[in-house]
Design a protein around this ligand. Structure first.
Ligand code: 13P
Ligand code: SF4
Length: 323
């Protein structure tokens, strides 16, 4: 039994994290948007779908999720018998917040006979109202798995939904949520960068509006964008329209490559004037020190009502079966 400890942070946080992981029989799962030092401390780094799969498959007694709250909640739903830690429980998500439980319930009730597909960037309560979940990796396959004659609600991301609608070639009833990071990229600034860097390859996450997706050479989940870099030229130049934390892995895959984080527009300000508004403030709440602290103290841990978890698990499991 590991006793809670609240010592001062050690000088070598990375080494202390390795020791505590062994003591607690813990694994650390990190999203690509985490700071590089957190990604380096993790046992597994991936996109939302890979994180869910890894969480479902691990036998470790403690799962530390370095990401945002819905990711830790998904891990808990799939492993209710395990301890799931999130270094900072205030790490939320504007997309998950954009679908409050009561409003989403009313939306579903207003569309009888529809199948409900929800992006995993949603609360357990919203997942529990869904027929099947999806991530940006598998959203098209998930929608295609539903017979064409069955109408589909898609939420909470309207931009992902809009892209899936075009790719799958069928109309969807969209909930109108969005990601505060991906909706802010500046098409004008990106066009300028493309002109200034001829031959650069533009990578775009499908949480972006259609005007940004229209500039893309590759559209896809964080995993797909990273794979494009891994398969691309050694000395390529890449314009990256997603959270720039992923550049850590891209730079590792192509040390001689040049990676340009796409700039965000400033709300109400001149286009393309901000190069730091493209970072996710929620993801960045986690730090190496908070990661050490949660392993040292065993908290904060995610707790979830068992009946709610049972209802939310079904659509996640359906998604995991689809691919
Ligand atoms: P993926 O990792 O599934 O591409 O999702 C990106 C994201 O915004 C996670 O919050
Ligand atoms: Fe949520 Fe957007 Fe941050 Fe992803 S990048 S966690 S969708 S706010």
């Amino acid at each position: 039994m590991v006793l809670p400890r609240r010592d001062a942070p050690p000088a070598d946080l990375a080494a202390a994290i390795r020791d505590l992981k062994r003591e607690r029989d813990a694994v650390i799962i990190a999203h690509y948007y985490q700071d590089g030092e957190i990604q380096d401390a993790a046992d597994f780094v991936g996109d939302s779908l890979q994180m869910a799969r890894f969480g479902a498959g691990t036998k470790a007694r403690t799962i530390v999720v370095c990401g945002v709250h819905f990711m830790a909640e998904t891990a808990k739903i799939l492993a209710m018998d395990r301890t799931v830690l999130l270094p900072d429980t205030a790490a939320g998500c504007s997309l998950a917040d954009s679908a409050p439980e009561a409003e989403f319930r009313a939306f579903v009730a207003a569309h009888p006979g529809h199948q409900v597909v929800t992006y995993v960037n949603s609360t357990a309560a919203v997942k529990a109202m869904s027929d099947v979940c999806c991530t940006s990796s598998n959203a098209i396959d998930v929608v295609r798995s539903i017979p064409r004659e069955v109408p589909v609600i898609f939420g909470p991301d309207r931009f992902l939904g809009d892209w899936v609608e075009r790719q799958a070639g069928r109309p969807l009833v969209l909930w109108r949520g969005s990601c505060e990071v991906h909706e802010m990229f500046s098409a004008e600034a990106m066009q300028r960068l493309r002109q200034d860097n001829p031959g650069c390859i533009t990578l775009v996450h499908p949480e972006c509006p259609a005007s940004i997706i229209a500039l893309a050479d590759v559209v896809g989940s964080t995993k797909k964008l990273l794979e494009a870099v891994q398969a691309g030229p050694e000395r390529g130049t890449w314009l990256v329209a997603t959270e720039p934390g992923i550049i850590h892995q891209m730079q590792r895959a192509r040390p001689h490559g040049t990676f340009i984080p796409a700039p965000a527009a400033v709300r109400g300000g001149p286009q393309g004037a901000c190069t730091s508004c493209n970072t996710c403030p929620h993801m960045k709440r986690n730090t190496l020190e908070k990661l050490w602290s949660c392993l040292a103290t065993g908290g904060p841990a995610i707790s979830l009502d068992a009946a709610l978890a049972d209802r939310a698990r079904l659509p996640i499991e359906r998604m995991l079966k689809i691919g």
